[in-house]
Design a protein around this ligand. Structure first.
Ligand SMILES: Cc1ncc(C[n+]2csc(CCOP(=O)(O)OP(=O)(O)O)c2C)c(N)n1
Ligand SMILES: [Mg+2]
Length: 552
């Protein structure tokens, strides 16, 4: 049977279990959208491809399965580039599909609509695999290859390009069966014996739990407790485990580096030990480094381990726990003074965001299921949420750690709700980050998604202002005009309110859950940086003149 490339693509996505995609149609991808329609695949329409990419990222992170973004050629595909970079840096399986210039094309820059000299070349330098097919018959295999790539080892994003003429062209339909992603690696018993012996010999072991430890939370906590090892999480590791040894996602604190410097053994579970997580390009690691990862390349990224355990985290960690023979540690962590130093530094950075995290901690107590908290590259997230929110085992924190992109949170929150409707989803962003993708709130309104959005407003690019001041520079281009976010949300059809303290925010979050509808909360930040920005407006009067308007 012959079918067009566009329809073969839709059928192949369906065969891989895709029931919903994010996408914006255009003249060049009409046959793909026709195929999606006839396969019964739902399309969620973002208002910009970058937001679509962050939503796809959010969906994939919470569901653990690949998600798909479909754009049209040229600017549309390039609009998604930052999101693909973000997904790549944080090991998230997002498949971007776009049309490209026809196979039969002069390639002379002759002005074809949306023409890019090498669109697949752009993505070749961003994602794991960038594939451009040349005939309809290749499409089912290319889709199967994309899904296999996304789910082999660490998850990763892929780009697939279908030339304009191939989308419309008829070709023989040769379906390809999806490949199973579930590969069990045999455990290396000798490596486990040797790692367990080294860990037992250590006096000051430290454990870092990354995103790859998800699913191994209990065993990881047991291991750390048995060894008396403090547990530090990466941002992707937040919500993986609960333990008295857990000291949180403190990788950005100076005291963390002191802790690491004093340790004599490190157990790194499912983490690339990325500099972006630890805010320091040169980590001093102990001689004994036990790394557990399912990906060979991650095993040697940033640190060559003394002990390599290539396996699923739950199996390797359980294997270590089984081998421990000594007395369990006394329940006290190895460095009490250091723990106090960490607490002091944590509370200093966290101070301006106490009301935010207090409200979230109060609200967390009232949630029966799991919470997905979404953050942006804003201080309220890395100093606020990360240093002050107590997540429970099974919760998630979605954060643009590697790419460090602004504008992630609001659309990723929307994607997260689609990806795990049973989770309560709360997305937090700074005023600067929010303005990158605020239009994506329309999708939450259109689909009446029960997501709570919180904007922490400090009058501009606070972190950058802080850094400029720290350098002794005159803060430039950081004090922003202040939109009336409540009115802005209302204009999009969303209820919104200003809140001034923790109890107001906690009450509002409870009401929003009751209403099962999206809602925006806006809270002013009280900090020296906020004060500086508000009192030194770049553009005349800093406060918006509009009064907050509440939609009924
Ligand atoms: C896409 C992108 N552009 C620029 C930056 C640089 N940047 C990092 S933090 C920041 C300020 C963010 O402002 P806001 O979201 O209001 O958070 P705040 O720092 O005020 O807490 C900027 C501009 C970035 N990280 N990502
Ligand atoms: Mg700000």
């Amino acid at each position: 049977m012959n079918t067009t490339g566009g329809r073969q693509l839709a059928a192949a996505l369906k065969a891989h279990g895709i029931e919903q995609v994010y996408g914006i149609p255009g003249t060049h991808n009409l046959e793909i959208f026709a195929g999606l329609h006839s396969e019964g695949i739902r399309v969620i329409t973002p208002r910009h491809e970058q937001g679509g990419g962050y939503a796809a990222d959010g969906s994939a992170r919470v569901s653990g399965k690949p998600s798909v973004l479909i754009t049209t050629t040229g600017p549309a595909a390039l609009n998604a580039a930052a999101a693909m970079l973000q997904a790549h840096s944080d090991s998230v399986p997002v498949l971007l599909i776009s049309p490209g210039v026809p196979v039969r094309h002069p390639g002379l820059g002759n002005g074809l609509l949306h023409e890019v000299r090498s669109q697949s070349g752009v993505f070749d330098s961003i994602v794991e695999s960038s594939v451009r097919v040349t005939s309809p018959g290749e499409i089912p295999q290319a889709v199967a290859y994309a899904f296999a790539t996304m789910t082999t080892g660490r998850n990763k994003p892929v780009y697939l390009e279908i030339p304009l003429d191939v989308i419309e062209e008829d070709g023989p339909h040769t379906p390809v069966q999806p490949v199973s992603a579930d590969v069990r690696l045999p455990l290396d018993e000798a490596a486990l014996d040797s790692a367990a012996a080294s860990l037992e010999a250590a006096k000051k072991p430290l454990l870092i739990a990354g995103g790859g430890s998800r699913g191994a939370g209990r065993a990881t906590a047991q291991l750390a407790e048995a060894l008396g090892a403090p547990i530090v999480e990466t941002t992707a590791g937040m919500g993986v485990l609960e333990s008295p040894n857990r000291i949180g996602a403190i990788g950005g604190l100076a005291a963390f580096h002191t802790l690491l410097g004093e340790s004599d053994a490190l157990i790194a579970v499912g983490t690339e030990l990325a500099p972006s997580e630890f805010w320091d390009p040169g980590m001093r690691l102990p001689e004994t480094v036990v790394r557990i990862d399912i990906d060979q390349r991650a095993m040697i990224t940033n640190a060559a381990p003394s002990h390599q355990l290539l396996a699923r985290a739950e199996e390797a960690v359980a294997g270590l726990v089984d081998r421990l023979t000594g007395q369990p540690a006394e329940g006290e962590l190895w460095s009490q003074p250091l723990t106090q130093e960490i607490e002091a530094e944590r509370s200093e950075w966290h101070k301006p965001f106490k009301a935010l995290t207090e409200a979230l901690n109060i609200h967390r107590q009232t949630i029966d299921g799991s919470l997905t908290l979404v953050g942006d590259s804003s201080m309220s997230c890395y100093y606020g949420l990360q240093l002050g929110v107590r997540l429970r085992e099974g919760d998630r924190y979605l954060y643009p750690a590697g790419g460090g992109t602004l504008g992630y949170s609001l659309p990723a929150g929307i994607g997260a709700k689609f990806g795990r409707p049973s989770d309560e989803v709360i997305a937090v962003a700074g005023d600067g980050g929010a303005m990158f993708t605020i239009q994506e709130l329309m999708a939450a309104v259109e689909h009446r998604l029960a997501v709570s959005f919180i904007i922490i407003d400090n009058g501009g690019y606070g972190e950058i202002a802080r850094e400029m001041l720290e350098r002794g520079d005159a803060p430039t281009a950081v004090a922003l005009g202040r939109p009336d976010f409540v009115a802005l949300a209302n204009a999009l059809g969303m209820q919104a309110q200003k809140v001034t303290d923790a109890s107001q925010l906690a009450t509002g979050l409870a009401e929003a859950r009751e209403a099962q509808a999206p809602r925006l909360f806006v809270m002013d930040e009280h900090s020296p940086t906020a004060e500086y920005l508000v009192n030194n407006p770049q553009f005349g009067k800093s406060k918006p003149s509009a009064r907050p308007v509440h939609m009924e």
